[in-house]
Design a protein around this ligand. Structure first.
Ligand code: GLN
Length: 483
C-alpha cells in the first residue's frame, strides 16, 4: 500500500479497494517502524490523522469525491497547525502550539487530506542539508550517511522512504527543489504569490513560497491544486484564477522551446551531473522539444545578493522571538535586556544567529546602501535576464544542484560552501518565478535532479513537461533500498 502515488491512492479510494482509515493505519505503522532511521518527523499526529481519515471515509460514503479526499500527507513544521506544536525546527518554538491553521493547512484539510504529522526541517528554514534542526539531522533514505537536502529535508526524506505519498514544503532559495533532487522526488516551487503565506512562519518574506513535494508531476499537480489560490489574509497573495493543473499534464511537447543557459555548465558543475542533464535534454528533444542555448549573464551575482536579502529579511522577521510573547524564555532573567539576550542566545541555533547578525549588519545605518540596496538592484538584473530569456523560450532547463547530496557533516565547518550549492535554485526566488525539480538519474547511487523554470503562473507548463518526461523515463519510479 505504501508504494502508491497520490493519484493511485485517489483511484483506490474511489474504487473502494481500501479505506482512508486502513491506509492511514498502515502508514502510521510504517512511520513508527522506519522513521527512527531517517528522523523525518518532529511530531506525529496519530489521533488527528485517524479522525480525519474516518471523516473522509464518511464523506466518500455520502457520495463526495475529490482526488485529495482521504489522502495522507504531512506538513513541514513551519505551517501553523492549530493546537499542534509548530516548532520551525527550533528550540525557540519547541513549546509553541499554533493558535490557528495556516491557509495551506486549512485548504488541504477542507479538501479532505489526512495529516500524519509535522516534518523535520532546518531551523527556521535556513539551510540546505537539514542538519541545523534542533531535533537532529534528517538522513537521506538513498544513503543514510548523506544529507537529504534542506530545508524541507524531513518532507523529502519521508516521501522518498515511502512513509507517505506527498508532503507540503517551502522554498525560499531552493528548499523544495534541492531536497527533491537529493531524494529522487518531484518538487514544485510556485510563482511568488500563488500559494498563501498566511500561517507559514516567515524566513524571508519576499522569497518564501509554499509548494508540493511528491514522487511524480501528476501528484504535484494534485497537491498544488489543494494549496493554490488567492488569500485576502496574505497581502502578497495574487488574485489570479487557479487553472486545473491535472488537465495541463497531457499537452504535447511538440515545438516547445527549451532554453539551456550556457552559464549553468561552468566549472562548478559535477561533470557526471552535466551528462545526465544532457541526457534529459535528448529525451525531451525526442518528444518534440526544440533546444536553444541562452544566457543569464547576471547569474553569478545571485548568491551574494540572496545571502544579503534573505538574512536581512530574516533578521527583521525573527525579531518577534524575544522571550516575551511566545516561544522559549530563559530561566531567571536579571532584567529585560538579559531576558532578550539569553532567550534569543539560548533559543536560536548557530546558523540562525549567524543569519540574524549578517542581516542586522546589512540593514544598519551606513551599510544599507552598500549591501541591501545593492542586492535589490542585482535582484532586478536577475529578473530582467529571465524576462529576456522568456522572450525566446518557453521553459529554461538545467541542473537543480551542482553536486549530489553530500555526506552528513561535510560542510558544517564552512557555511559558505553550503551557500554555493544553491547557485541554480535561488535565482527563481529572487525573480519570483515558478520552478520544478524532477528525477534525472543517479551518480554513485545518489539521485540527481533536473530543474525547469517557466514564466509567472506557468506552473501548468512545468507540470506538463515533467509529466511527459516521466511517461517516457523511469527514474522517478526507483525506490531506495530498505524502504
Ligand atoms: N539554502 C537556502 C538558505 O539557506 C535556501 C533555504 C530555503 O529555501 N528555505 O537560505
Amino acid at each position: 500500500m505504501h508504494h502508491m502515488t497520490l493519484a493511485e491512492i485517489a483511484r483506490g479510494l474511489a474504487d473502494k479497494k481500501f479505506s482512508s482509515e486502513e491506509l492511514t493505519r498502515t502508514l502510521l505503522a510504517r512511520i513508527a517502524q522506519l522513521d527512527p532511521q531517517i528522523n523525518s518527523f518532529i511530531s506525529l499526529t496519530e489521533d488527528l490523522a485517524l479522525t480525519q481519515a474516518k471523516a473522509a471515509d464518511a464523506r466518500r460514503a455520502n457520495g463526495e469525491s475529490g482526488a485529495l479526499l482521504g489522502a495522507p500527507i504531512a506538513h513541514k513544521d513551519l505551517f501553523c497547525t492549530q493546537g499542534i506544536r509548530t516548532s520551525c525546527g527550533s528550540k525557540m518554538l519547541d513549546n509553541f502550539k499554533a493558535p490557528y491553521d495556516a491557509t495551506v493547512v486549512s485548504k488541504l484539510a477542507a479538501a479532505g487530506t489526512v495529516t500524519l504529522g509535522k516534518t523535520n526541517m532546518d531551523e527556521f528554514a535556513m539551510g540546505s542539508a537539514n542538519e541545523s534542526s534542533w531535533y537532529g539531522a534528517v538522513k537521506n533514505p538513498w544513503n543514510l550517511e548523506h544529507v537529504p537536502g534542506g530545508s524541507s529535508g524531513g518532507s523529502a526524506a519521508a516521501v522518498a522512504a515511502r512513509l507517505l505519498p506527498a508532503a507540503t514544503a517551502t522554498d525560499t532559495g531552493g528548499s523544495i527543489r534541492q531536497p527533491a533532487a537529493f531524494t529522487n522526488l518531484t518538487g514544485l516551487k510556485p510563482t511568488y504569490g500563488r500559494v498563501s503565506r498566511w500561517g507559514m512562519i516567515a524566513y524571508a518574506s519576499s522569497l518564501d513560497q509554499g509548494g508540493p513535494l511528491a514522487r511524480t508531476a501528476e501528484d504535484c499537480a494534485l497537491l498544488l491544486q489543494g494549496m493554490a489560490g488567492f488569500d485576502p489574509n496574505d497581502s502578497t497573495s495574487i488574485d489570479e484564477p487557479v487553472p486545473d493543473y491535472s488537465a495541463s499534464l497531457n499537452g504535447s511537447l511538440q515545438g516547445l522551446r527549451i532554453g539551456v543557459p550556457k552559464e549553468y555548465f561552468s566549472a562548478g558543475l559535477d561533470p557526471r551531473i552535466a551528462d545526465l542533464i544532457h541526457a534529459s535534454i535528448k529525451e525531451l528533444e525526442k518528444l518534440g522539444a526544440v533546444i536553444k542555448e541562452i544566457s543569464l549573464p547576471n547569474m553569478q551575482h545571485a548568491i551574494p545578493a540572496y545571502y544579503v536579502i534573505a538574512p536581512a529579511e530574516a533578521s527583521s522577521n525573527l525579531s518577534r522571538f524575544d522571550g516575551v510573547r511566545f516561544g522559549y524564555r530563559c530561566e531567571n532573567p536579571k532584567d529585560l535586556e538579559d531576558l532578550y539576550t539569553r532567550s534569543r542566545g539560548e533559543g536560536f541555533g548557530s546558523e540562525v544567529q549567524r543569519r540574524i547578525m549578517v542581516g542586522a549588519y546589512a540593514l544598519s545605518a551606513g551599510y544599507y546602501d552598500a549591501y541591501y540596496l545593492k542586492a535589490q538592484k542585482i535582484r532586478r538584473l536577475v529578473k530582467n535576464d529571465f524576462m529576456n530569456a522568456f522572450n525566446e523560450v518557453d521553459v529554461i532547463l538545467g541542473p537543480t544542484t551542482p553536486n549530489p547530496a553530500w555526506k552528513l557533516g561535510a560542510k558544517n565547518s564552512d557555511p559558505v560552501a553550503a551557500y554555493l550549492e544553491d547557485v541554480y535554485t535561488i535565482t527563481a526566488n529572487l525573480a519570483g518565478l515558478p520552478g520544478l525539480s524532477m528525477p534525472a538519474g543517479f551518480v554513485d547511487g545518489l539521485p540527481v535532479g533536473v530543474q525547469l523554470l517557466a514564466p509567472y503562473f506557468q506552473e501548468g507548463r512545468l507540470l506538463n513537461v515533467a509529466h511527459q518526461y516521466q511517461l517516457h523515463t523511469d527514474w522517478h519510479t526507483r525506490t531506495p533500498t530498505g524502504f
